[in-house]
Design a protein around this ligand. Structure first.
Ligand SMILES: [Zn+2]
Ligand SMILES: [Zn+2]
Length: 224
């Protein structure tokens, strides 16, 4: 991470923990929220994090197991789990759809079934335009239908709408998940274009380090 982005994150009250996928700790004058809950093997570490950070709520960007693996821990500790309504059926286990591993939906469903779920009463629906403790909810569909991000002062938590990947020259570039990992790849392309058109200072992907608006624009300009 560059000194510039580290400085911006600390000024905006954002901390990042890697629990396979990124987990974001957000502090604003309105309160504290943790975004995403890591993969299941990190559940004990996630439970410690909840005790230490004491958030007012946990927001799950989308139901994939690398982001929602510890959501049951948050629910058990009595925290509201915020997610887009289109992700609820997978979070509660009413539906088991997982695009991992690519091209093998049967195995994906088995992996999903092996994960502890969130009881429906613990879930709170949030949608685009809503305020969550000082952050604005954005709908970022494509990677999954109900994927959401959070925006505040030009800092966007983008979930898997954009990833950070090695550029082959020792730096990083913005990337999209490969088409088999997206529920609707054409929509994912639209969403990254939308992000590229926004007036942002820093983009925080679901995997990898922070990205600049220029890095995201470079990827958004590619047609596929
Ligand atoms: Zn995902
Ligand atoms: Zn992910």
């Amino acid at each position: 991470m560059t000194a510039l982005s580290a400085d911006l994150l600390s000024r905006e009250g954002v901390q990042i923990r890697r629990m396979y996928a990124n987990v974001f700790l957000l502090s604003s004058p309105q309160g504290r929220v943790i975004v995403d809950s890591g993969a299941l093997p990190y559940a004990p570490a996630y439970a410690r994090l909840l005790r230490q950070f004491r958030p007012d709520a946990v927001l799950v960007t989308h139901a994939h197991v690398d982001h929602a693996g510890g959501a049951f821990v948050a629910a058990r500790s009595g925290l509201p789990v915020l997610a887009h309504p289109l992700e609820h059926a997978q979070l509660t286990g009413q539906r088991h759809e997982l695009p991992y591993p690519a091209g093998n939906p049967q195995l994906g469903a088995i992996i999903s079934r092996l994960h502890p779920k969130v009881p429906a009463h613990a879930l709170t629906a949030v949608d685009a335009g809503q305020d969550v403790l000082g952050w604005e909810v954005l709908h970022l569909p494509g990677h999954s239908h109900g994927q959401i991000g959070l925006l505040r002062n030009g800092v966007l938590i983008a979930a898997d709408a954009v990833l950070s990947a090695p550029d082959g020259r020792g730096g990083m570039r913005a990337a999209l998940p490969h088409a088999p990992y997206n529920a609707d790849h054409a929509q994912a392309l639209q969403t990254i274009k939308h992000i590229a058109d926004m007036d942002l200072r820093l983009i925080l992907p679901g995997h990898g380090g922070p990205l600049t608006p220029e890095q995201v624009r470079e990827r958004a300009e590619r047609p596929t």
